[in-house]
Ligand binder design. Structure first.
Ligand code: S3P
Length: 192
């Protein structure tokens, strides 16, 4: 009961302060974007959109098949188009694929109507979360801490430049992550 009241209280404060803004979740594969999106949707009574799912729907193909048949560059074009297609969304949590903010145009388009939240996790945590999945072509054949760490290092500057706020996810429950995220967003955007 206490938890429910707190959630409702947070949601009301959040809506008063954020008006129609979206929340765009960015970060490396396995940082928990989908899990956090689902929890935030219920916590804040917002809509949910997933950039990869839009691509799969548009292309009528799984992400790994798009990579295999048409290559990464084609996938990146689809990703940019999917982000453009979300430009009229409001009060929506937008989960972006782990490579989305490498393209500057995607960051510019996301920033038009979203607060950008970077989720992070250590390479070890990420490996634990993704190791049984073969859905991520970039990690297939590269399922080890060294590769993950190397790619995080290459992408870190893009993630940090795009992000309005950042939340570490190691050893935290989804509830903890979401509460921290909402508090940081409110601090980032004090009562407009
Ligand atoms: C990618 C991340 C994936 C997906 C694609 C490429 C990346 O999304 O967009 O496989 O380049 O990091 P998730 O971060 O949701 O796994």
């Amino acid at each position: 009961m206490r938890e429910l009241n707190e959630i409702k209280h947070n949601r009301d404060i959040y809506h008063d302060s954020m008006s129609d803004s979206n929340i765009a979740l960015i970060g490396f594969m396995g940082t928990g974007k989908s899990t956090v999106s689902e929890y935030l949707r219920d916590m804040l009574a917002m809509e949910e959109a997933d950039v990869d799912s839009i691509i799969v729907q548009d292309q009528k193909m799984e992400i790994k098949d798009i990579f295999a048949q048409y290559g990464e560059e084609y996938f990146r074009k689809c990703e940019s188009n999917a982000i453009i297609s979300l430009q009229n969304c409001r009060r929506t949590i937008i989960s972006c694929g782990g490579g989305a903010v490498i393209r500057e145009e995607n960051v510019i388009n996301l920033k038009k109507s979203s607060r950008i939240v970077l989720l992070t996790a250590s390479p070890e945590t990420i490996l634990e979360r993704v190791k049984y999945s073969d859905e991520r072509p970039i990690l297939n054949g590269n399922m080890n801490v060294e590769f993950i760490k190397g790619l995080i290092d290459k992408r870190a500057a893009y993630y940090e430049k795009a992000a309005d706020i950042m939340v570490e996810t190691d050893r935290k429950s989804v509830q903890q992550i979401c509460e921290e995220l909402v508090m940081s967003l409110l601090r980032f955007n004090p009562g407009r």
